[in-house]
Design a protein around this ligand. Structure first.
Ligand code: 28G
Length: 650
């Protein structure tokens, strides 16, 4: 490091690639689907870095027929000349040098300079093969890596097959990488087009102008993600199909010594806030200093505007930040160096300077925005929304206190519908929320009362998406659920008070049942999100058919399985189609849907908060056309969805 003194932070310890196979969790978190796709994102990240630096504009991701993936960019191409001390080509250095401890202990490795490309070696280490082609200076170069066991059975990870070789001439520049995750590490996992598309779209939103082409050679599918509007387009995408309070998102960007800020927001007629923030393309799910800085500035600027425009009188008190954020859909995008992540899932930005910089840049840009006369109506719309929110805030406070008063006579009555479990051991207790009184009755009789509690729902619970919190809490079905779980809601939510380890939604396998399920999930998503994030929410799958003969019965849970089941039962079978849970007697309900040994549960998860938000608002919002379109494109919503993770015999 010329012209610079070494200090301890510059010393990086290097390890062999075999370390990655010994402790994959250290480097990719898990060897499940997330970790599998992580191998791809490590490579794509490097391509994005190159393009962010101003070289090239296009990245293609191709899923090949042999299960491998190819990533190609049109940047400068990874350096091919010999590394001064390691005596290998730059490419080989990038693909075989591992930085000790792994990225999961060292989340600020990017945008910190000098470590460009550290993740590629992790992908190489966990791949069966990894082929790299570099187009540079009129030449095409190739190097292949592979992982294998030697005669003694010892593993060798990511070893070059031969040194980098010049293989031809070319006019283009860039890098192309093809790799196959090793089934030795990942079993039979495969790349998932949808999973990749969601993240690719997000990356295209976050990196304005970037063109991301996603192809699947297995079925010819191709999608191109390219947004000249960047996060402004992201916000429009998130509110697609919802009623907006003004036509296009407010957008601003600003920078200050090595710190880039970009913000876009719009308002809809909903009553909830949906903000998403990112740092260096990584979602900061737990928020952090950048979000705080933005919120502080936003509240200050809006209150100042409300005063100066006369919409807030002298004797009236300021609006709260939450008043201004009712109905907002907002994306905050930060690029900075030396990132520090904190929090339970390391998705909270900790850098104190991010708060002050975002706060001052936002204040400056937003103030200027509202000083422009043509933007006045937007300010007025936001303040109008805040006025309504502030009014309801007081009423809601009272309603909330009511649900918290655990011993009140009213709550006692509500919980009266609940058939409680006898066990006091919360770890093993389950709550079934069951559609309809008759199914509720069967569930009460069929259950194992030691650990299973039943809460029958009479009518449809209220759609939380369309209501303010005071109305949500006025709904009896919802209040019953809140009382039964005992966690409180919203900001008061306390997971440690949860009475049931599993909360299982049981509704009919028809449109009405799907609607009730969606309403309940929306409620949990809005007011008890941690319940979902911590893995407590499940959807129970009742059977669709019973195929039987005198002495033999099979229950069938999907249309696809029906022909095989019929074949297994054989000649002379009878077929019963279940239209609802209510058609099953208590024993059947236990056997097919409630018995932990036999039942099928889907664990509800939120893999991608922004996409989940879109699904929830699209499905539960007002725009019926958009909802129909969504349901038609994702026709399998009923049984399996990206939103749900299949979870057998949970
Ligand atoms: C297609 C799949 C993934 C990349 C570049 C370009 C440069 C680079 C990448 O440098 C720093 C230097 C040698 C190890 C930088 C090219 C400066 C000048 C680059 C990619 C560290 C890495 N010319 N494009 N890395 N090296 N694309 N796409 O990985 O010693 S990585």
């Amino acid at each position: 490091m010329a012209g610079k003194n070494y200090d301890s932070k510059d010393i990086v310890v290097l390890e062999g690639l075999d370390a990655v196979r010994l402790r994959p969790g250290m480097y990719i978190g898990t060897t499940g689907p997330k970790g599998y796709h992580h191998l791809l994102w490590e490579i794509v990240d490097n391509a994005i870095d190159e393009i962010s630096n101003g070289y090239g504009d296009t990245i293609s991701i191709t899923l090949n027929k042999d299960g491998s993936a190819t990533v190609e960019d049109n940047g400068r191409g990874i350096p091919v000349d010999e590394h001064p001390t390691m005596h290998k080509s730059g490419v080989e250095v990038v693909y075989t040098t591992l930085h000790a401890g792994g990225k999961f202990n060292n989340s600020n490795y990017k945008f910190s300079g000098g470590l460009h490309g550290v993740g590629a070696s992790v992908t190489n280490a966990l791949s069966k093969f990894c082929n790299v082609t570099v187009y540079k200076g009129g030449k095409e170069y190739f190097i292949g890596f592979h992982s294998f066991k030697d005669e003694k059975g010892k593993m060798h990870s990511g070893v070059p097959v031969a040194p980098l070789k010049m293989v031809g001439s070319t006019k283009k520049t860039g890098t192309k990488v093809t790799f196959l995750p090793d089934e030795e590490m990942f079993g039979s996992l495969k790349f998932n087009f949808e999973t990749i598309a969601v993240r690719a779209r997000e990356l295209a939103f976050l990196n304005k102008g970037l063109r991301l082409v996603l192809k699947d050679e297995n079925d010819g599918r191709e999608e191109v993600f390219h947004y000249e509007g960047g996060i402004s387009d992201f916000v429009s995408y998130l509110v697609e199909g919802k009623s907006k309070l003004f036509s296009k998102p407010v957008y601003f960007n600003a920078e200050e010594d090595n710190f880039d800020l970009e913000v876009a927001f719009i308002y809809t007629d909903s009553y909830t806030e949906s903000s998403f923030s990112f740092v260096n393309n990584i979602p900061t799910i737990e928020g952090g200093t950048h979000e705080t800085g933005f919120k502080n500035a936003f509240t200050k600027v809006m209150n100042a505007y409300a005063r100066s425009s006369g919409l807030l009188k002298e004797k009236e008190s300021n609006f709260l930040g939450e008043d201004f954020r009712e109905g907002i859909t907002c994306v905050i995008n930060v690029k900075m160096t030396n990132v520090q992540f904190e929090g339970q899932t390391k998705t909270k930005l900790g850098n104190p300077e991010a708060r002050t910089i975002v706060e001052s840049l936002t204040t400056k840009k937003l103030t200027a925005f509202f000083e422009e006369k043509k933007n006045g109506t937007i300010g007025e719309v936001i303040i109008g929304k805040a006025k309504g929110a502030a009014k309801v805030r007081e009423a809601a406070k009272k309603a909330k206190e009511l649900t918290r008063a655990k011993n009140s006579a009213e709550n006692f009555n509500l919980v009266g519908k609940l058939a409680a479990a006898t066990s006091r051991n919360r770890e093993q207790c389950e709550l079934f929320i069951v559609e309809g009184d008759s199914a509720g009755g069967s569930a009460k009789q069929g259950r194992d009362r030691r650990f299973q509690a039943i809460l029958p729902l009479r009518g449809k619970p209220l759609n939380a998406e369309k209501k303010r919190i005071d109305q949500v809490l006025a709904n009896e079905e919802i209040r019953t659920i809140i009382s039964a779980l005992d966690t409180g809601i919203g900001e008061d939510f306390d997971l440690s008070s949860l009475r049931y380890n599993k909360v299982i939604i049981l509704s009919d396998a028809d449109q009405d049942g799907a609607h009730i399920r969606a309403i309940l999930l929306t409620f949990f998503f809005r007011y008890m999100r941690e319940l979902i994030n911590d893995g407590h929410v499940f959807v129970g799958l009742p059977p669709l058919y019973k195929v039987y003969k005198k002495d033999y019965t099979e229950y069938v849970y999907s249309d696809e399985e029906l022909p095989q089941a019929i074949a297994r039962v054989g000649r002379g079978y009878s077929l019963q189609r279940y239209k609802g849970l209510g058609e099953m007697n208590p024993e059947q309900l236990w056997e097919t849907t409630m018995d932990p040994e036999k039942r099928n549960l889907i664990q509800v998860s939120i893999d991608d908060a922004a996409e989940a938000e879109r699904i929830v608002t699209t499905l539960m919002g007002d725009d019926i056309e958009a909802r129909k379109k969504y349901i038609n494109t994702y026709a399998n919503f009923d049984r399996e969805d990206d939103f749900f993770k299949n979870y057998k015999n949970g």
